[in-house]
Write a protein that binds this ligand. Structure first.
Ligand code: ADP
Length: 170
């Protein structure tokens, strides 16, 4: 008799400042592959995020709720400030998910995999690509467009568009 397969847990870390339709597409793909998805929200004080940690977490929870229902996958949102590998240990993840966009992401991600592998070779990093229509979306550019009064409705979920509008209208 073979032992029952242990649940596969994936950790998808990021700043999510704010969460975009690109991130959401990666969440959906990860839900189809893993039993449990932990979205690790990096506090990232150095990056001077526009949204507080609490706001970023609340937005992710809101926009992922329908995904949990649709896929039956458990999604947890987990803020972290320690090393990524330590966070993976804390949540019991065997896989780290990263999204890949253009070639420009590659260099940084390549180095990250090397360093993380040196710290713990048991944890694999898996790269997922968003659907073509979402590949160009970046939180940094979304914030820039919103700051200048542009329409970000095609790039972020509705509650995030409303939150961006509120941030920049004050
Ligand atoms: P970080 O500070 O870790 O770059 P981000 O929130 O900007 O945090 O991104 C988190 C992850 O999601 C990264 O792996 C990034 O490459 C990926 N990502 C961001 N936007 C997209 C997108 N439009 N398509 C695919 N992956 C994306």
């Amino acid at each position: 008799m073979t032992a029952p397969r242990k649940p596969r847990i994936a950790l998808y870390p990021g700043t999510f400042d704010p969460v975009t339709l690109g991130h959401l597409d990666i969440f959906r793909r990860a839900c189809n592959l893993f039993d449990r998805l932990v979205i690790g929200v990096a506090i990232n004080r150095d990056k001077g995020p526009l949204f507080t940690l609490e706001e970023r977490v609340a937005m992710i929870r809101e926009v992922t709720a329908p995904l949990c229902t649709a896929t039956g996958t458990t999604i947890d949102v987990h803020p972290f400030e320690n090393l990524l590998i330590e966070c993976a240990h804390d949540v019991g993840a065997d896989v780290i998910i990263r999204g890949l966009r253009a070639v420009s992401d590659f260099e940084y991600e390549f180095q990250m995999v090397g360093m993380n592998r040196a710290l713990d070779p048991r944890i694999e990093t898996v790269f997922l690509m968003a659907d073509a229509q979402y590949q160009a979306i970046a939180s940094r550019l979304v914030k820039e467009i919103a700051r200048l009064g542009g329409d970000v409705g095609r790039f972020v979920p509705e509650p995030v568009a409303a939150a961006l509008k509120a941030k920049f209208s004050g």
